[in-house]
Design a protein around this ligand. Structure first.
Ligand SMILES: C[S@@+](CC[C@H](N)C(=O)[O-])C[C@H]1O[C@@H](n2cnc3c(N)ncnc32)[C@H](O)[C@@H]1O
Length: 196
């Protein structure tokens, strides 16, 4: 699996154990593999979601029968949509994410989304979370990426704005009665929040 070492599951006891998990959960897929091959070579290749999070996303889409999903923070992918047959399913909005999500609300789309994936600028996470909670139907799910933030969440000496924002959203969702949550140690930490 190319580029696996880019984000090697820091929460795992060893890289070998992490690789075992990937080898036993990620199923090879021509289009995804090609996309990943290209993405990891990009100068910002580290932005690409690692393969351990892909089965989770696929599973949730199927469990939720998700038809309407907002990915907040898009990286590569567009050149592969046509070949993968998903071109007509993707509505790319190149704009600050808060504006796009507010636009959906103004358009009367509250409660119509099945799923949201927060994976953009970390200091925007709280805003995206609140907007997505409004956009989601009850029983819908928000995935929050990077919630372990390369292990920096437990390093008190790390006080960057991004780290503070990740700690804040983690503290917030833990106490948020509007959702049921689970934080998973895969990828760079992924929190699943189910809207009640
Ligand atoms: C980590 S990458 C997304 C990775 C992608 N979700 C994936 O799984 O491959 C983050 C992306 O968010 C975008 N981004 C950052 N700040 C943003 C903002 N305020 N509004 C919209 N997109 C933003 C960046 O341009 C970047 O492409």
């Amino acid at each position: 699996m190319s580029g696996l070492e880019l984000k090697c599951g820091k929460a795992f006891a060893s890289f070998e154990l992490y690789k075992y998990l990937v080898d036993h959960s990620y199923r090879a897929n021509k289009h995804l593999d090609e996309l990943r091959e290209v993405s990891v070579k990009h100068e910002w290749g580290g932005m690409c979601s690692p393969p351990d999070s892909i089965p989770l996303l696929q599973l949730l889409v199927q469990l939720l029968h998700a038809k309407k999903i907002a990915e907040v923070g898009v990286f590569t992918g567009k050149p592969f949509w046509k070949a993968a047959g998903v071109q007509d399913k993707v509505d790319l909005r190149l704009a600050p994410a808060a504006e796009t999500l507010k636009g959906f609300l103004q358009n009367g789309e509250e409660g119509t989304f099945d799923m949201g994936f927060i994976d953009a600028d970390k200091t925007g996470y709280d805003v995206y979370y609140e907007l997505l909670l409004k956009l989601l139907r009850p029983g819908g799910v928000i995935l929050i990426d990077n919630t372990l933030w390369d292990g920096n969440v437990i390093k008190p000496e790390v006080q960057t704005a991004d780290t503070l924002a990740i700690r804040a959203i983690n503290d917030k969702v833990l106490k948020d009665d509007r959702v049921t949550i689970c934080m998973l140690p895969i990828s760079d930490g992924v929190t699943i929040a189910l809207k009640k």
